[in-house]
Structures are given as C-alpha cells and as structure tokens.
Ligand binder design. Structure first.
Ligand code: G6P
Length: 489
C-alpha cells in the first residue's frame, strides 16, 4: 500500500466494524452517495491518520440486486471501504435484535430483554443464530481481502464471534478485538444465556482491548468466574494459550476541531449563535437519542434547576441535540416520545411568548455547526447512565480554549476517568445533585474554570485517536511476537 509521500507502509491494517465510516444513500439503480456515519467509533477512527487502513463493514442499507452491489462496492472502494452486504432479515435479527436489543442494553447495565422486549425464547435463539451467521459473513469478506502479514482489528459488541471465525480459518492471522462500550461486571454478564460462547469467541483474539482498566478487569473476572479460566496480570490463559487483555483509552483528532474553529464558516456560525442567545448562558447536550445517554434525566435535572432558581429562568437556555439512532428498535421509538413529552411540558411551564428554556433538535448537525455550538457553550451536560468513553465530552473541551466553559460529566462515562479532575462529576440518576451542579457551573469563578479547562485540554490534545490506534496496533504486533517466542521455547 502506498503512502501519500510515495513510500510504502510496512503493514496493512484491516479495520472491521459493523458500520462503515460512511453510510450509503441510493440515488439511482447504479448510483450512490456516501455520507459520514455517526457514533463514537466512527468519529474516533476518522481521526486516525497515517495508518494505512481499509475498513470492512455494513453500509447501513439493504442492496438486494447485483448491479446495485457492484456500483456501491466501486463507490466505497474510493473511500478505502469494503462492504459486507446484509439482507433485511439478518439486519433485523442480528443488528436490531441481538446487538441492540440484547448486548447493547446488557453491557450498559440495563439488563436482558423482559417479556415486552422479547416475545419468546425462540426469538432470542434465532437472534443469536443470526448474530453468529452475520459474524461469519464479516469473516468471509475479511478472508477474501486478507494478505499475509496484515493486522486485523475487529471492533465492538457486534463482532464478538469474529476473532474465532478468523482464527479458525487462519490460526496465524494477527487479530485484535476492541470493545467501544463498557464491559459490565461479571455478575451482569453471567445472566446472558450465551455468556461462555461469546467469551470464548473473543478469547480467540491475540489482543483484547477496552477503554478503561475497570472494563478490562470485568472481562477477566467473567472469564475466570464463569468459565473457570486463569486470569493473569497479562490477560486470560486457557490451556497454555494467553489472550492479552488491556486498557487503551480512546481519544479524538483534537487538531481537526481546533483548526475548524479558525475557519470563516465556523466563525460565522459563532457570531450568529452569540447574537441569537445574547444575554443568556448556553448549556449544551449532544447525544445519540439512546437510553444510555440519560437524556430524560438530564432534562428533568434542568427542570429542577429552573424550579429552584428563579433568577436564572430567563438567563439560561439548554440546547439539546438528539441524533436519531436505531429507529427500528421499539425501545428507541418509546424514548423519542418520552423525551418530546418532557421537553414540551417544561417549555410550556417555563417558556414565555418569545422564549423557551429548551431547544430540542431531533437531528445531527454538520461538523462546522457543531464546532461553533461547542465553542459558544458555557456549560456542557453529559449525563450518560453508562457510556464506554463518551467523545462528546472530548470534543467540547477541544473547542473551549477561548471560553473555558464547564463540563458536567457522568461518573458512569469512561471519560470520567480521564477528564474527572477538570469536570464536575455527577451521578445522573440523582437529579437533585445534577441540578446543584448546574448551579455550581453557572456560578463558577473564572480562575476555577481556567484551572479545570487546562487540565482537560491538555489531556484531550495529548491522548488522541492517533495515539490510541498506534498503541493498540503496536501492542498487537508485540503480543504476537511474544506468543511465537513462547511457543519456540
Ligand atoms: C456506539 C457504538 C458503535 C456504533 C455507534 C452508532 O458508538 O459503539 O459501534 O456504530 O454507537 O450506532 P449505530 O447502531 O448507528 O451504528
């Protein structure tokens, strides 16, 4: 593979994730347009430069016909992407079903589906079968494109079977797996009917990575307690074979945000926003509309704050950007109605003929508009009930070097471990505490804001996505070399 300077990369990287960094929209029989996909995984990996990677994944669309598949494959190749084509039934059972109705809520401590979320045990079994089948489909595409010496980096809860599928086909493949969500306590994981099968499939990888040390520890405990394997300081041992397990906290491409702030477009947006909200403090939430993000809890805390602080009622506004996600899953549909209901009630209660306290948008913003919004914000509110890392908190900090706003951050987001000293940490379930922290943030002295901001800014600008990817890939290479040495001894 060629480098931009004409040289050659010494190693190829195949990134395999459920979702490609671009989603495809069909414009005609053989014509496609590509749009950047949402979510933390995409935003982090887009920040990885200089690593010569190809990305294998689902384009987020059903393409049953061959001409359409051929045209899309060609369009994606220009973006160094390779599609995995999943039909509607597989998407329904694997993506909506097992991934987003079973594993996602479980890994975020929301438990397994109850009767209303899971009609019969049979559907659970068929979802699990579809999950395995989909993982094998991803593996088939990897095998088709793999060349000896490539590093294969599998991502996230959608692809827990992938390491096993790949190693069965080629035991010498270098395979890493990284989880972008929390890995829950072993007591939560053990409730999953297929708990051991999933763990064993992941353990086929050479290196298994998590955002935090706690998640890595939970994973090792699950392997030791549920499967009786041996946990070592290096990872998990099974019959003399070691799977290395470690923490690799992700970051963002902070330069991209910092540079964007200088652009004319972003400066124009900033000017407009300042005029629009002049005389009011701006509070901001940016989340996918997902139950793990604690959006209702955040809005109820804001309501409590307004209730208790009459002085602030016409001097503060909450802008909540809620990006629709997984809209075919009933839980997500219910959440949308719930959030709309709460926002409407609070705006009715505290709004006037000319202003409302909450502006709620059910859509994403383009990159420039988002940077501008981060830059004019006085207080950002991240109230995830659980979150693997939460890169919105990083993006906010990157855009705040002029303003030095305050970050209110859930202690249940992975980011609490890296930005905890600069942020105000809260338990998002405790609405009284979050309301009090809003008061604290709005009244914080300039010196304290400065001190907290500098702490976080230093972290965000030094622990980047680039560094994260390089560390993981080099650790994977070292792990494989060490394993080979052990075998020779
Ligand atoms: C989280 C997950 C990603 C996922 C993203 C968006 O960040 O860790 O794997 O891609 O959410 O969700 P979606 O279901 O739209 O891909």
């Amino acid at each position: 593979w060629e480098k931009p300077d004409g040289g050659l990369f010494t190693q190829r990287l195949l990134v395999v994730a459920n979702r490609l960094p671009v989603s495809a929209v069909r414009r005609g029989e053989e014509s496609w347009s590509l749009e950047v996909s949402g979510g933390g995984l995409v935003s982090a990996l887009l920040g990885v430069k200089e690593v010569e990677a190809k990305w294998i994944g689902w384009a987020g669309v059903n393409v049953p016909d061959e001409p359409g598949q051929r045209a899309l494959t060609k369009a994606l190749a220009e973006k160094r992407c390779i599609p995995v084509f999943l039909d509607e039934e597989i998407v329904h059972q694997y993506y909506n079903g097992y991934c987003n109705n079973v594993l996602w809520p479980l890994f975020h401590y929301l438990g397994l589906p109850q009767e209303d979320r899971l009609a019969t045990t049979r559907s659970f079994q068929s979802q699990f079968a579809a999950y395995k089948k989909a993982n094998q489909m991803f593996a088939d595409v990897v095998n088709e494109h793999y060349e000896e010496g490539d590093v294969v980096w599998c991502h996230d809860y959608h692809l827990m079977f992938l390491p096993q599928c790949l190693k069965k086909h080629n035991a010498n493949m270098k395979v890493g797996w990284f989880l972008h969500t929390p890995f829950p306590s072993s007591e939560i994981h053990r409730t999953l009917p297929s708990r051991s099968e999933l763990l064993r499939a992941v353990l086929a990888a050479d290196l298994v990575g998590f955002h935090t040390y706690d998640y890595a520890r939970h994973f090792v405990s699950a392997c030791t307690r549920i499967m009786g394997l041996e946990g070592t300081p290096e990872g998990v041992e099974d019959n003399g074979r070691l799977t290395r397990v470690a923490a690799f906290p992700i970051g963002i491409d902070s330069d991209r945000f910092i540079q964007a702030l200088q652009s004319t477009k972003v400066q124009e947006h900033i000017k407009e926003l300042k005029e629009r909200f002049s005389g009011r403090k701006v509070m901001l939430g940016v989340d996918r509309l997902d139950m793990i993000k604690g959006i209702p809890q955040k809005i109820l805390a804001f309501e409590k704050f307004l209730e208790e602080n009459q002085y602030w009622r016409d001097k503060v506004v909450l802008l909540q950007i809620a990006v629709p996600t997984r809209t075919d899953v009933p839980e997500y549909q219910k959440l949308t109605s719930q959030v709309h209901e709460i926002v409407g009630r609070i705006n009715g209660r505290f709004g006037t003929l000319t202003t409302v306290p909450i502006h709620h948008l059910d859509r994403s913003l383009d990159f420039q508009a988002l940077c501008a919004l981060y830059a004019v914000t006085d207080v950002a509110l991240v109230t995830s009930l659980r979150d693997g890392m939460n890169l919105v908190s990083y993006e906010f900090v990157a855009c705040q070097d002029a303003k030095r706003g305050v970050l209110i951050l859930s202690e249940f987001a992975g980011a609490a471990q890296s930005l905890g000293a600069g942020a105000i940490l809260v338990n998002p379930w405790n609405i009284t505490e979050v309301a009090a922290s809003i008061d604290q943030a709005l009244n914080m002295s300039a010196e304290e804001r400065e001190k907290r901001h500098l702490h976080n800014f230093l972290h965000v600008t030094t622990h980047t996505a680039q560094e994260w990817a390089e560390t993981f890939v080099s650790e994977l290479n070292d792990t494989v070399v060490e394993a080979q040495q052990r075998i020779r001894q």
